[in-house]
Design a protein around this ligand. Sequence first.
Ligand SMILES: *Cc1c(COP(=O)(O)O)cnc(C)c1O
Length: 331
Amino acid sequence: MAAFGTVFTPEMIISRFNNNSWSTPEIVATDSISLHPGAHVLHYSSTCFEGLKAFRHADGGIYTFRMEKNVARLAQSSQLLALPGFDKAMLSKMILDIVSRYAADVPQPPGSMYIRPTHIGTEASIGKAAAPSLESMLYVLLSPVGDYFAGGAKPLRLLLEDNARCAPHMGMVKSGGNYASALQPIMKARASVQADQVLFCPNGDVQETGAANFLLIDGNEIITKALDSSFLHGITRDSILTLARDRGMTVSERELTVDELLERAAKPGTEAALSGTAAVLTPVGTLIHGGKEYQVGSGVAGATTNALRQALNDIQWGKAEDKHGWLTKVC
Ligand SMILES: *Cc1c(COP(=O)(O)O)cnc(C)c1O
C-alpha cells in the first residue's frame, strides 16, 4: 500500500473567489493549479485545510463522518486568517459532489476516502505582509487510504517538549504555518531519542502533538486539556469524549501538568492515546522527559483505548447505530 496521502483521485472540485464573489464550483484535473509566484499564500501563509473521511458500508452506501464540523472549522480557520468567507452549504455540496463522483474508489473498511478541503489566499501581492488576500481558491482533494494499522498498532513513543507547537493564538487554526513551526522539534526528537511524536507542553501544560490531540485514561476517567485558542479542537477528540460519556466514563476537560501526567502514567492500568482523523485513536506506550523514559501503564495498547477506537470505527463503518447523527449519506 502506498504511503498515507500520496494517492489522489484524478479530479478535484474547486471554486475561486475573485471580484468579491465565488465562482460556480467545477470539477478539474488534480495534477496542477495555476498560481502567480507572488500569491499571498506563498509568502504570508494564508492557508488552511481540513481532514475528514468517507466510509463504505456493507450495503454499498457511502457516508461522510461529522462533515458539518469540519466545514465549520475550515470557515473558522479562514476567518482567523482573514481569508474570504465562504458559504458553508457551498463547501458541503462540493464535498458531497466530488465524493459521489468517486464513490467507486472509496475503499472498504478499514480503508476509507480521506477528504482534504483546502483554502488558500491567491492574490498576487507581495506588499500584503500585513493585509489579507482579497482573492482565494477553495478546493477539495480526495485520497483513498488503507488500514492505518496495517503494520500493527505499536504503542507510540512521545518526547515531552517544554516549548509550544506554535504561537498560542494560532493553535486552533488548522494552518500550514503551525506545522512548519513544529517540524524542527519533531525531527530532533526522532533523531535524538527515536520518538514517534513530540507532545508539546509549554510551561508544563500538556497540550497536543504535531497533528493529534492527547488523552490520558486512568480507570474510569478520561483527562484532556480543556478547549482554548492554543491548540487544535479535534473532532475525533470530541467524538471519543462523547463515546466515553455514553459508556459512563468521567470526562475531565481541564489543565493537565507534566508532573501529574508522569505520576499518573506510572500507575498500572493507566493508558494514554492520541486522537485524530487519520489514525482515530493510537496508543501511547512511552513518555520521554528530562532524559528519562516513563512507561505508560503496562506499555502496551490499553483495553479502553482499543474499545473506544472500536466503538468509533463501528459507527463509521455502519456496524453500530449512529445515535448522534454523525453520518451523512453521500450516495
Ligand atoms: C487535525 C489535527 C488534530 C486532530 O483533529 P481531528 O479533527 O480529530 O482530525 C489535532 N491536532 C492538530 C494539530 C491537527 O492538525
